[in-house]
Ligand binder design. Structure first.
Ligand code: FES
Length: 103
């Protein structure tokens, strides 16, 4: 479990994780928001095994999530934004070059 070690003075924004509102610090990544809220995992493998953010720098792809309806987004590279809709990704969605955040 991840816990903030110091209180934050950052402005709070509301994102919707699995449809539920979640107040988080502005400027953190989606992956940090999910881990910090104790929700833990972000996706499952093709076989259904849970995975969570690992490297936090865009290398491991363990953090893939659906963000604002677009699958295969690397949650560790995307900052939260007010009203953002985030959901876990299950299995392997169809890959679409247009939806990849590495153009
Ligand atoms: S946590 Fe490794 S790519 Fe996002």
């Amino acid at each position: 479990m991840f816990v903030k070690v110091t209180p934050s003075a950052a402005r709070q924004v509301t994102i919707y994780f699995e449809g539920q509102p979640l107040e988080v610090d502005e400027g953190i990544t989606v992956a940090a928001a999910v881990l910090g809220s104790s929700h833990g995992w972000t996706r499952t493998t093709h076989g259904g095994h849970k995975r969570g953010p690992y490297c936090h720098m865009g290398v491991c792809f363990e953090c893939l999530m659906t963000i604002n309806g677009v699958p295969n987004q690397q949650a560790c590279l995307i900052p939260v934004a007010e009203g953002m809709r985030v959901s876990r990704q299950t299995g392997v969605p169809n890959f679409d070059k247009e939806s990849c955040n590495h153009a």
